[in-house]
Design a protein around this ligand. Structure first.
Ligand code: MD3
Ligand code: FE
Length: 215
């Protein structure tokens, strides 16, 4: 039994758990091989790195990006950039397998014609986590964010529009997809420290892809 206030073992596998937010259980399962192959090419060109928050803290999550813009953080703040600050080159192009998955997931959640221009790739090794935050650096707040989980499972936290609102927990597994739009777009959310384990395909790590319309 998974955590949270919904019974995710019960069909249908597409459930709305907050206004505008959808959990598409296993939606990416038949595409994880194609997505993993494309991902390997992206991170060969733009390797994972641990960025620093504006306050100087090293993030436990390692990140990369693909698309026309990529999300970065450093002492100058959080923002999207057209170039990878490590290499100075443009971010790798969005692979077709990524764009197609994001568009299909958004459509399944009632957001047709979603065209992501950015994909932030998060790599969690055991112990890595993401503290409660809002995603508010994207220029277009009317587009949803689509998130795809791969590898080790994680407990995802989602709250309300204020940091102190109560949070609910959701277990995310390999191939699960979340779509956040409308009133849920600015909800606080985070990820508890990933527990140690070994995933059959991805080893000792969890990967999360978030597709955004940012530029
Ligand atoms: C709810 N990533 O990259 S994905 C992030 O699992 C981020 O790596 C987490 O939060 C991860 O910013 C969570 C689920 C998610 C992503 C974006 C959201 C939930 C969201 C944007 C708005 C509301
Ligand atoms: Fe986020």
């Amino acid at each position: 039994m998974q955590q949270g206030s919904f019974d995710f073992a019960t069909p249908p596998s597409q459930q709305s758990f907050a206004p505008g937010a959808w959990f598409l259980r296993g939606f990416a399962c038949d595409q994880t091989e194609a997505v993993s192959m494309a991902l390997a090419a992206v991170v060969a060109a733009a390797p994972f790195r641990h960025m620093h928050t504006p306050g100087g803290l090293r993030m436990s999550v390692a990140m990369s990006n693909c698309g026309t813009v990529g999300w970065v953080t450093d002492e100058r703040g959080y923002r999207y950039l057209r170039h990878d600050p490590v290499s100075g080159a443009a971010w790798p192009a969005m692979p077709f397998a990524f764009a197609q998955l994001a568009e299909r997931a958004a459509a399944a959640a009632g957001y047709p014609q979603f065209v992501a221009d950015a994909c932030l790739i998060n790599r969690y090794e055991p112990g890595a986590r993401m503290t409660l935050h809002q995603d508010r650096n994207e220029r277009d707040m009317t587009s949803p964010i689509v998130s795809v989980s791969l590898g080790l499972p994680a407990t995802f936290l989602f709250g309300g529009l204020a940091r102190t609102d109560p949070t609910q927990r959701l277990s995310l597994a390999h191939g699960d997809v979340l779509v956040w739009g409308g009133p849920s777009r600015l909800c606080f959310h985070g990820v508890l420290p990933v527990r140690d384990g070994t995933h059959a395909r991805l080893g000792r790590c969890r990967l999360n892809l978030t597709f955004r319309k940012a530029g």
